[in-house]
Write a protein that binds this ligand. Sequence first.
Ligand code: NAP
Length: 310
Amino acid sequence: MSDVHFNTIALIGIGLIGSSLARVIKREGLADKIVISTRSEATLARARELGLGDSYTLDSSEAVKNADLVIVSVPVGSSGDVARQIAGSLKPGAIVTDVGSTKGSVIAQMQPELPANVHFIPGHPLAGTEYSGPDAGFADLFINRWCILTPLEGTDPDAIAKLTKFWEACGSRLDTMDPLHHDRVLAIVSHLPHLIAYNIVGTASDLEEVTNSEVIKYSASGFRDFTRLAASDPTMWRDVCLHNKDAILEMLSRFSEDLASLQRSVRWGDGDALFDLFTRTRAVRRGIIDAGQEVDAPDFGRQKAGQSST
Ligand code: NAP
């Protein structure tokens, strides 16, 4: 049993991340009561059927009334709306956090709306899959995955320590970062790979008409690894692109330059340059395996349930 405990945790948004939190909170006994709120009746009804919480409401302001921890798990473009809805009902001293994949924009949307007597600590668990909704969540999602907190200057260290313990009890490893630094790092490790995947799968799907299903038939040659990323939730990823625009554009422009150089190596038959690059990239994967962020299994560990960090 963990030594961190809340009387009431309110979960606003109960999709992949929110429902994974509900499951792990229950399993680890991190709260006496879990209150669940979401936008649609259908999702709320499903959360109730799955028994994810102790009480359920479509009214997010009602949900947060007695909560000492509020976790907002909605697409980043909706963070400001949620903050406006809950601001007037928050309990003084409550910790308010989020799980959004971008941090600068979430802070800009939420901070001005929230009262000064709550502890707003933005966060981002680097754990996810390509599935969404309350059925997609599972209690082990956060195990051994990083969770990055991006606290603002002047935040109460006790509140940060309590939220840190909460995520550790969920299985995460914790790091803190400046929000803008977070957004640049995530642009390269998560946002750019997703954009590349969306792009290559889009191109292949255009070509598919020409090649008469050969793209799908022979997908194991490499293509299918992109299709998993490209199957990620369209709403979430539209919002990520719109809300981390500057960092994504910066990384895209570096990527385009490097791609042009790779193109040149292929055109001029520069085998040494190709070999050097491919040797360097192979070492990067080795480093990821050594850091425990991927399994050292052939076929990308496909036999086990896939997890991605977003
Ligand atoms: P999800 O499975 O699609 O669930 C989204 C939840 O947000 C649903 O409960 C949905 O409600 C609610 N919602 C959607 N639009 C809303 C709006 N305009 N106002 C209020 N509520 C709204 O999404 P998720 O994967 O859990 O992602 C949630 C957050 O976690 C996002 O900010 C994402 O960037 C971040 N994140 C995702 C991953 C990942 O891999 N998926 C990883 C780390 C962080 P209804 O169903 O009732 O409409």
